[in-house]
Ligand binder design. Structure first.
Ligand code: BG6
Ligand code: MG
Length: 222
């Protein structure tokens, strides 16, 4: 029986995926990396440091950035991102998420947050959703990021649940890999093509309802 639901944040609960994009695009412009849709997709779910590496790999010139320069670029991105977060309100919660969280609470599911972002608590507070989550994984305490399963395995442990008692929800291909590798049932939010390894894909968060999930479980007789 499913007892816990583990959520990604950016692009699942809040529209911050877009805000991360805006801030990274600025860095890409600054270093002369070409911003493409595939680069933008590859950055989803990836830590700040690893995201910067992916952007620098897309720079045609062979200037080598040293650690100090990289740190500066990462700091610039975060400052820009936090300015955008400052203006967030409840309107930045993705559609259908509040009713979904409510229905999970009413049905006694335990909720955990498994975001790669060091800013996840701040974002949850800004949009007023902190109280729904009994556990928030601290990504700074992990040795490996998504697609490694560690963040989802840790979330299940914090909830005192086994992987097969949990569902994980992600908008990033890297995140789906991480959920699957943790042996947790995976739900993807977004395009089927990108999230093809997920156990179920919903095109958008409006479709994320307990009924839709239950329907799937009944069909599969899980
Ligand atoms: C992930 C986002 O949740 O967190 C990425 O999908 C982001 O886009 C990553 O880079 C790290 O976030 P932060 O806030 O620690 O820079
Ligand atoms: Mg995400």
């Amino acid at each position: 029986d499913i007892k816990g639901v583990i959520f990604d944040l950016d692009g699942v609960i809040s529209n911050t995926s877009r805000l991360h994009n805006v801030a990274w695009q600025q860095v890409a412009k600054q270093v002369g990396a070409q911003w493409t849709e595939s680069l933008s997709n590859n950055l989803k779910g990836v830590s700040r440091q690893d995201s910067l590496e992916l952007i620098l790999q897309a720079v045609p010139a062979d200037h080598q950035y040293n650690e100090r320069e990289k740190q500066e670029l990462a700091n610039d991105k975060n400052k820009h991102y936090l300015r955008l977060v400052d203006n967030m309100t409840k309107n930045d919660i993705l559609p259908g998420i509040v009713p979904f969280l409510e229905s999970l609470k009413h049905n006694n599911y335990q909720l955990a947050l498994a975001s790669a972002s060091k800013n996840s608590s701040r974002v949850l507070e800004k949009i007023g959703l902190s109280h729904y989550f009994s556990e928030i994984v601290d990504p700074q305490k992990l040795s490996k990021g998504k697609p490694d399963p560690e963040i989802f395995t840790t979330a299940a442990k914090l909830l005192s649940l086994k992987p097969d008692q949990c569902i994980g929800i992600e908008d990033a291909a890297m995140g789906i890999q991480a959920i699957n590798a943790a042996n947790i049932f995976s739900i993807g939010i977004g395009e089927q093509d990108i999230l093809k390894d997920a156990d179920i894909v919903f095109e958008n968060t409006n479709l994320l309802t307990l009924n839709n999930i239950r329907e799937y479980f009944e069909q599969r007789e899980l």
